[in-house]
Ligand binder design. Structure first.
Ligand code: EPZ
Length: 417
């Protein structure tokens, strides 16, 4: 298993380009199932999760053609196997996103239940409830969701809680349904909007994406199209936190701060200078950060996917901060590893009290999930001495060429096999 070896204490400086958004690309790849014509995507990040999704679609009969550095053309004209098997779904929960499109296009689907992961139980009851409201017959047997529908019917759906992939699954199911679907309490995340924009480019009729009420008027069929995946706001936020924690000064290009207001606000509160351009963002850290409390919540509030990274900042800031995680029930796995680096963190349920220390000291730590791994990288970069991060396959799921990009910013980091 690969490990990441970091010699900390170097302020990051320089410029790197941000990749396409993993959490926009994953549902957009599934959207290719809806039209029997080619969907040409660009700015697709090269990540393990993307490769897993492409394998999953390929075994269904989707023709996948790589096109240059970050382009992919998907043609589901030969779609002949509406099945997502357990051995593929167990490695990536986002596989559940094929359920809605398969039902809409084929009238049937057999998708393995994703099961939980390190950060929580991750149920998909809202996905199922919404599809049943649209007329699907769904049974869950032997760990699989079996779904059938001659043709889905438009419905008014109110999800019990805000769910990002739930909203995306239901939106994709609705684009070919008979009549209008209204999704209330919909997720407002930018990745939902990016998916809607791609579906509209394919001929879907969608309004309200980005608000909590999305209206989809079903059409007979979708056609092929082209779409550029939006920049990854979480990768952007992660590098900004790394620069802040190391007292650095960096510029990120091919990205936008438009979707990171809540994170930029917290970085400003921590004493950073942040300059926003149309497709770039610059951060200059203060000599010592100030601790900043935060509470995660659905967009546009502070994103749960940035909680672990910001906790690493608070570990080396001046003062104490309260970090409250309201989305997932077990998303503090990084805390015990940060404590191994010398952090002062006290956990009480979904609340963490972080008291900043003058300095962290390198140690061997273990990654447990994608964003927890990013948190350990940030802490390792800030710590004095060597930090060895084990199980970094978690990192490779969501960060493209992370050691290359960090090295370009002056970090002393290398991957060891
Ligand atoms: C998406 O996961 C993201 N993944 C996650 O990013 C992100 O953390 C999460 O949204 C929240 O923003 C992708 O987009 C591929 P939810 P998702 O459904 O859709 C509960 C990363 O690091 N819930 O919005 O699975 C659920 O348990 C990943 O890139 C139900 O109870 O999250 C959670 O407590 C991690 N029943 C809350 O809702 C359901 O049917 C929000 O989950 C669905 C969700």
């Amino acid at each position: 298993m690969d490990k990441l070896l970091i010699e900390g204490g170097v302020p990051l400086s320089g410029e790197v380009a941000v990749s396409g958004a993993k959490n926009a690309a994953l549902p957009i790849l599934c959207a290719s199932l809806l039209a029997g014509e080619p969907l040409a995507l660009s700015n697709v990040p090269h990540l393990n999760d993307i490769a897993t999704m492409l394998r999953l679609l390929g075994q269904m009969g989707v023709a996948v053609t790589m096109d240059g550095a970050d382009g992919i053309v998907l043609d589901s004209g030969g779609l002949n196997n509406p099945v997502a098997p357990y051995d593929m779904v167990k490695t990536m929960r986002a596989s559940i996103l094929v359920l809605g499109p398969l039902l809409a296009r084929c009238g049937e689907a057999k998708v393995s239940l994703p099961g939980g992961c390190a950060i929580g139980a991750r149920p998909v009851d809202q996905h199922i409830k919404g599809l049943q409201a649209m007329g699907a017959e769904i049974s869950v047997e032997n760990g699989y969701v079996h779904a059938k529908a001659t043709r889905l019917k438009g419905a008014r759906i109110v999800t019990d809680m805000v769910t990002v992939t739930g909203t995306e699954n239901l939106m994709m199911a609705a684009v070919l349904a008979d009549g209008e679907t209204v999704i209330e309490n919909a997720a407002r995340e930018p990745e939902v909007v990016d998916l809607a924009n791609c579906l509209v480019a394919m001929g879907a009729q969608i309004s309200g994406a980005g608000t909590d009420t999305i209206r989809i008027r079903g059409v007979e069929r979708l056609h092929g199209g082209a779409h550029a995946v939006m920049p990854d706001r979480i990768e952007t936020g992660t590098y900004l936190c790394a620069a802040a924690a190391t007292g650095g000064n960096i510029r990120l290009v091919r990205t936008s701060a438009a979707y990171l207001d809540s994170v930029v606000d917290k970085l400003l509160d921590a004493g950073c200078d942040v300059t926003v351009e149309r497709d770039a963002i610059t951060l200059k850290a203060p000599p010592r950060l100030k601790a900043v409390s935060l509470r995660t919540a659905p967009y546009p509030a502070f994103p749960t996917d940035m909680q672990a990274q910001f906790m690493a900042i608070n570990c080396v800031a001046e003062g104490a901060a309260v970090v409250r995680e309201t989305i997932f029930e077990n998303r503090f796995m990084h805390a015990v590893e940060l404590i191994r680096l010398g952090a002062d963190i006290k956990i009480d349920g979904n609340t963490a009290l972080v008291t900043g220390v003058e300095q962290l000291n390198g140690a061997t730590v273990m990654a447990t999930d994608l964003r927890a791994s990013a948190s350990l990288v940030i802490a390792g970069l800030a710590a004095q001495g060597e930090t060895l991060i084990e199980r970094i396959y978690h990192l490779d799921r969501g960060y493209e060429r992370i050691e290359e990009k960090l090295a370009r910013l002056g970090a002393r980091v290398r991957r060891v096999r």
